[in-house]
Design a protein around this ligand. Structure first.
Ligand code: 2IO
Length: 406
């Protein structure tokens, strides 16, 4: 059987700097058993890809416990077969395809501009607390045609829901808090969904609300679950990715200058950010209950066990990328054009049938906001004395990013 847990993923050391443990995880403990949950952590690029590609053996059933209680129903990642194909098609319509930047570019820029404006005179901003979090919510709200005035409540409820999904261990109080947040978000969204079903507008959420599956409208509850799914998935990783991108560029002034002078490099810098520091570090799977022949890297894994795919170490696997611990926007072993599609070399968006449905939208959102910030902020540097810290085990990003600019 696979070795026990010589590296404590839930330790404060791992939370502070998980990257230092990646080489040992991959080389010594590629399938590491967690004695507490009975699950496995896997870290090699090939193994993560193999698990995520084999949805027959490695199912998303665990989301019944890990997500459904706070999502008010089943999310896309849980679905299989016809239901999955149909609903994925409905959700992806409007957030993919060629015209995305024409469709959403001005909305994204407007939000970014409005939110950075108050800081332009001050010459300083915390890109996470002052800007990023609010920006991520604003863009999601506009995408779903929800009123911005409620953004603070929505961010609070969203955070409670996200904590439930992204915690590997939770106290009873924390669970209760998340469930209350979920209920409040549901109570907020339900009347809006009902209104949009009756009087659909031209917006994305109206299209969702009136979409038909096999000639039948979805129930309010099915729509609610999809909206919660989109709200969470669009908001939670967006500000983290933005802050991670700026962190990498600020650490490498040459790269920052090159990207500022040649904006076509933003895509490569963004793709490399997703590889180097994926904002979603864990993708859970569960060995199907009737599956007796599942194995990972030669270790047999029992039916019903959890498998936590670690995107961080997989994305730095030397058998997949050369000089994997170097942030390199000129990388030739990763094709930028592919990096936001299911053919991506990195696994930040997963792979296989549940490959991130929002990858193309995320690309447009982050390219637009990066472009605008580079225009408006001019010369950027860290606030003197600023100490960089990341937080989060499941979704991970900078705690703060205090910038000074002229
Ligand atoms: C919402 C971790 C924010 C998703 C999830 C239960 C399903 C799925 C993900 C991403 C990002 C979240 N999982 N988005 O990892 O929809």
């Amino acid at each position: 059987t696979a070795p026990g847990c010589p590296i404590d993923i839930l330790s404060p050391e791992f939370l502070t700097d998980p990257y230092q443990f990646f080489p040992a995880l991959r080389s010594k403990y590629p399938v590491m058993a967690d004695p507490v949950t009975g699950g496995y952590f896997i870290s090699r690029h090939a193994d993560v890809r193999a698990v995520l590609s084999d949805n027959e053996r490695f199912t998303t059933e665990s989301l019944t416990q890990r997500a459904q209680p706070v999502m008010c129903g089943r999310v896309l990642a849980q679905m299989t077969g016809k239901e999955h194909t149909n609903k994925r098609k409905i959700v992806i319509r409007g957030i993919s395809g060629k015209g995305l930047s024409d469709q959403y570019g001005s909305m994204i820029r407007r939000n970014a501009h409005e939110l950075i404006e108050p800081f332009l005179d001050q010459g300083r901003v915390d890109l996470v607390e002052d800007f990023g979090k609010k920006f991520a919510v604003y863009v999601t709200l506009d995408l779903l045609d929800l009123p911005k005035s409620d953004w603070e409540d929505i961010l609070t409820w969203h955070s409670g829901v996200a904590e439930f999904i992204t915690s590997l261990r939770m106290s009873d109080e924390e669970r209760e808090h998340s469930l209350r947040c979920s209920q409040q978000l549901a109570e907020y969204l339900t009347p809006i969904i009902e209104r949009k079903r009756r009087y659909p507008g031209g917006d994305y959420m109206s299209a969702l609300c009136s979409a038909e599956v096999d000639g039948m409208q979805m129930s309010t509850n099915d729509i609610l679950a999809l909206c919660m799914n989109i709200l969470l998935a669009a908001t939670e990783p967006a500000d983290k990715t933005l802050a991670l991108l700026f962190h990498h560029l600020l650490d490498r002034p040459d790269d920052l200058n090159r990207v500022r002078a040649d904006r076509s490099l933003i895509s490569a810098a963004l793709a490399e950010t997703l590889r180097y520091t994926p904002p979603v570090q864990v993708i859970p799977r569960k060995v199907g209950s009737g599956v007796t022949d599942a194995e990972i890297a030669g270790y047999p894994v029992d039916p019903g066990t959890m498998v936590f795919c670690l995107t961080g170490p997989a994305n730095r696997d030397p058998s997949a990328f050369t000089a994997p611990d170097t942030f390199d926007i000129d990388r030739t072993d990763m094709e930028t054009a592919r990096s936001f599609s299911a053919a991506a070399d990195h696994v930040a968006f997963g792979t296989g049938m549940h490959y991130c449905i929002g990858a193309a939208f995320a690309r447009v959102e982050l390219e637009e906001v990066t472009n605008l910030l580079l225009d408006l902020l001019g010369d950027i540097e860290y606030e003197p004395g600023f100490t960089y810290r990341e937080t989060g085990l499941y979704t991970r990003g900078p705690e703060a990013l205090h910038l000074r600019f002229t």
